[in-house]
Every structure is written in structure tokens, then in C-alpha cells.
Design a protein around this ligand. Structure first.
Ligand code: FE2
Ligand code: FE2
Length: 487
């Protein structure tokens, strides 16, 4: 049965639509909330069209270029290259990390006079400043923190006194393999620390806003294929975002969403953790992606979707993770308004009319478990419930996984792909299955929720998942709204 939208139901709409109707066209009532799409495709309708159906509009939209309206530019996708890695590759990788992050640190006025360790080691000097990579950290018998730091010329032991309360607290956040700046007094082979510097984000970082009243939405951790995947809330979300659910105000809000980020763990995968088989509804990754594509394929075609993989996707676990496999995830690649990117990746959205756009750093968040377990200031202040603290911590370190053992990675001798080189406007993640929104020096940190109920594994490790929340950022005001599709 088909319903035709009559002229009289249109009320005071744009002139163009009236013109279209005056020419005798009939419009699918499903399009009533998206009449601008009809205007957009009108000159591309096949000859002899009399009824403008939703399906026809979708087909045309897939073909025409809507880039100029809602541009998405992939600034950084990590290319992977096949090569057997050697010890030298790891050395080159850490050397590269040291050089990149020390460049950021040396840009700070406090560290402009920093010198190499060899130049002061073994001498007496009341004020030295230098940059090094942390190779070891422990607490002495007296309760002071001892940090061993190395640069390209030598190794030195730094002592952070427990009596310098503020400094001592800051030193607790130091993790191995990160690059830090130090100021202190040197005596022989020790430096008595007075100040610690993390590469960090400059305070002057701009809080960008655009002129258009449009939104970006964020989801992650669908885990399609798991018995705990929550299809009903997810369907509800899709109906809502398509404008088919909710009151006038809510559907109006949904219609303003033009970007949807999907931050990894699209499927539950196979063989990800011991005995996962018992928790799988679909035991084949191809079929899991097929099912996932059915859902995502239903989303409005004027929304630009950007998806990366996570630790449950059918990919290597080592980061940077390449794009989703085009064989396993074949059906996702067929969705025209979906762009698949690497994990991590940098994406620029909404660049237009002299506005530079927003840079989005997208990282699934596999390293977060390590920092929640090992960094006291995160663990004692909410742990798994406070992704914002982890994300702030990593922004301060300008690295997505500063400690060697916090994630698996592929050492790349040309660059450390996990360094946060460019400062993003939005830093978005998933993985923790609990939504969290924060702001650190004008960077919106956003961890999205999930579409999976609590698994036995999560029960064991103390997660408190909160499925079905969708944070939305208004690009004009930078305000964050949260939609709830699950109790
Ligand atoms: Fe997940
Ligand atoms: Fe994950």
C-alpha cells in the first residue's frame, strides 16, 4: 500500500517543493521530514518519474556528490606494510617517539634551555632541564619516587621527594616509556626534581564552533553477533535517527544529525576471548558483518558515517589497526554513505565557507584498560566509569598508548602512529561500554556507550556497561546532548 503526500498537507514549505508539486509529482510521505532531499535530487530524477519514492531518492543520493554540504576529509589513515620486525625496528620506533615528543616539549618556554643528559651527568648544577624517555619507575624505601630517564646520550635517576606534595602527585601519573621534561638540581648521577612537564595540550587551544546548527553523533561497540547484542534498542536508535520515532522536537533534532561516528567493535568477532563461542549468536564473522551492514544500511543517506575497527573486529589486534577487511566486511563497504577508516585515524568534518572544520581523533580505546588498572589518579577516581580521565591523561601524554605493554602495536620506523601529533577538536573512543563526556583544554573528549548487555567476562573484570546512550555534539554551540535508547 502506498500513501501519497498531498499538497494540502505540506503547509508552508519551501517554494521549490511547491513548484515540484505544482508540476504534478507525487511524493512519498516517508520523505515528509526530509523534503530538502527531494529538492536536492529533483533535477536528477529519471525521465517520466511521477512518484518520488524514498527508495528512488536514496538511489540518487548514493550517486550524487553531497560532499560539499557535509564534507568528510580523512586526514590520516595509517598505511600498513608487511615486513618482519627486528630489534632495530623497535629501537628506531622509540627513537622516533622520543624525537617527536621532545620536539613538542622543547617548544615550551620552560624547557627551551634543556640540554642532553651527558652534558650534566656526574656534575653539580643547581638548575638543569632536559627531556627523556622513562625507562623505569619505582618507590624508594623512604617513600620517594625514583624515575629512570634516558635520552640519546645517557641515563639519569630522578628523585621526586614525597615532601613536595603537588609534584609527588604529578609524578604518580608518570608511566614507563612516556617522554617527559624535567627541571631540577643535579648532584652526581641524580637529579632532584623541581618540576615535571608532560607534552600536553597548550592552554591557548581554540574552542572551535561553526555557524550551522548541525550535529555529530557517536556510537560504538555494537557487538553484532553476540547473544548479548541488543537489537531492539539499536533498531529504536535507527528509527529515531531516521525521523520515524519521537515527538516533533526529537525528530527535528534527529534531522540535524549529519555525521555519525562508529568507534569500533562493530561485531563481537570470533575467538576474541576464551569460551566466547558460548556467547555467540552468529559464529561466523562474515555473517556478523552482514548483519551489522543490514542495520547501518538503513540509516538515512544524508548522514555521513565514519567507522573504524576495534579489538573485537576481524583485524589484527596490533595498533594501528588497518581498515576493516574488505572481504569479511564486504557488505559494509557497499554502504555508500559509510567511510571505513583505520584505528586510530584523524578526520576533518564540516570544512566550508572559510571555516577550517573540526578535527576528530578517532581511537577505539584498547589501551584504556591498562591505564585504568595502573594509574592511581584514574583508578581511585572512578576507573572504568571515567573514560574522560583516561582520555585527559593520554592527551597530556600526547600519546594513545605511551606504555609499551598497554597495547599491542606494530613498530613503524618512520613514525609512531599512536602519537597525538595534531591537536583534535574532538577525541572520541569506545571500548569501555560506558558513555563519558569531558572537556580538556577545549578538546571535547567523548567515549560512547554500547549496544551489548553485560557479558560474563565484563562481570568478572568489574565493568559497568551502560548500553544505548548516544551523545550528540552540536557543532554550532559545542553543547553535548545525550539520547537514551535503553533503560
Ligand atoms: Fe566493545
Ligand atoms: Fe573494545
Amino acid at each position: 500500500m502506498s500513501f501519497f503526500l498531498e499538497k494540502k498537507n505540506l503547509g508552508k514549505r519551501k517554494m521549490d517543493i511547491k513548484e515540484i508539486l505544482s508540476k504534478g509529482y507525487l511524493i512519498d510521505p516517508k520523505l515528509i521530514k526530509n523534503l530538502e532531499l527531494v529538492e536536492k535530487v529533483f533535477d536528477k530524477l529519471p525521465k517520466n518519474t511521477t512518484f518520488i519514492s524514498q527508495e528512488l531518492v536514496d538511489q540518487i543520493l548514493e550517486k550524487i556528490d553531497i560532499i560539499e554540504d557535509y564534507p568528510v576529509d580523512i586526514l590520516k589513515n595509517y598505511e600498513s606494510f608487511m615486513k618482519k620486525r627486528s630489534v632495530e625496528d623497535f629501537v628506531a620506533y622509540f627513537r622516533n617517539r622520543y624525537n617527536s615528543l621532545s620536539e613538542i616539549l622543547r617548544g615550551r618556554s620552560e624547557l627551551q634551555n634543556s640540554i642532553s643528559i651527558r652534558r650534566f651527568l656526574g656534575k653539580q648544577d643547581n638548575e638543569v632541564s632536559f627531556v627523556g624517555i622513562v625507562i623505569n619507575k619505582r618507590v624508594s624505601k623512604n617513600g620517594n619516587i625514583l624515575v629512570e630517564v634516558e635520552d640519546l646520550t645517557g641515563i639519569v635517576m630522578i628523585i621526586i621527594s614525597k615532601n613536595k606534595i603537588e609534584l609527588f602527585q604529578k609524578a604518580k601519573d608518570i608511566v614507563v616509556d612516556e617522554v617527559i621534561g624535567i627541571k631540577g638540581g643535579c648532584s652526581g648521577n641524580f637529579v632532584f626534581c623541581n618540576e615535571i612537564f608532560f607534552p600536553d595540550i597548550p592552554i591557548s587551544n581554540e574552542f572551535k564552533k561553526c555557524e550551522d546548527d548541525v550535529y555529530a553523533a557517536f556510537i560504538s561497540d555494537l557487538h553484532v553477533g553476540s547473544k548479548m547484542f541488543l537489537p531492539e534498542p539499536f533498531k529504536k536508535f535507527i528509527r529515531w535517527i531516521n525521523g520515524d520515532l519521537g515527538d516533533k522536537e526529537s525528530t527535528e533534532l534527529a534531522s540535524k544529525i549529519k555525521y555519525l561516528f562508529i568507534v569500533g567493535d562493530l561485531i563481537d568477532g570470533v575467538g576474541i576471548y576464551p569460551e566466547q563461542d558460548y556467547e555467540l549468536e552468529i559464529k561466523d564473522v562474515n555473517k556478523q558483518y552482514e548483519e551489522c551492514a543490514k542495520y547501518l544500511g538503513e540509516i538515512r543517506k544524508d548522514i555521513k558515517m565514519i567507522a573504524c575497527g576495534g579489538n573485537h573486529d576481524a583485524l589484527r589486534l596490533s595498533e594501528p589497526q588497518p581498515k576493516l577487511d574488505s572481504v569479511y566486511a564486504k557488505d559494509l563497504y557497499e554502504i555508500k554513505n559509510l567511510q571505513i577508516v583505520t584505528n586510530p585515524s584523524y578526520i576533518n568534518i564540516h570544512k566550508k565557507n572559510g571555516f577550517p572544520g573540526f578535527n576528530v581523533l578517532m581511537y577505539h580505546g584498547y589501551s584504556y584498560d591498562y591505564y585504568i588498572a595502573n594509574v592511581e589518579s584514574i583508578r581511585l577516581n572512578g576507573g572504568y566509569d571515567r573514560a574522560d580521565l583516561v582520555m585527559k591523561f593520554l592527551l597530556q601524554k600526547r600519546h594513545l598508548a605511551p606504555s609499551h605493554s598497554s597495547t599491542l602495536y606494530i613498530p613503524d620506523i618512520k613514525e609512531d602512529s599512536l602519537i597525538i601529533k595534531e591537536i583534535p577538536d574532538f577525541f572520541v573512543s569506545g571500548h569501555l561500554h560506558k558513555m563519558s563526556v569531558g572537556n580538556y583544554r577545549n578538546i571535547t573528549t567523548l567515549c560512547s556507550s554500547c549496544w551489548q548487555g553485560k557479558t560474563i567476562f565484563q562481570e568478572k573484570v568489574g565493568h559497568h556497561p551502560e548500553p544505548g546512550r548516544v551523545p550528540l555534539i552540536n557543532l554550532r554551540t559545542r553543547e553535548v546532548k545525550v539520547m537514551k535508547f535503553c533503560d
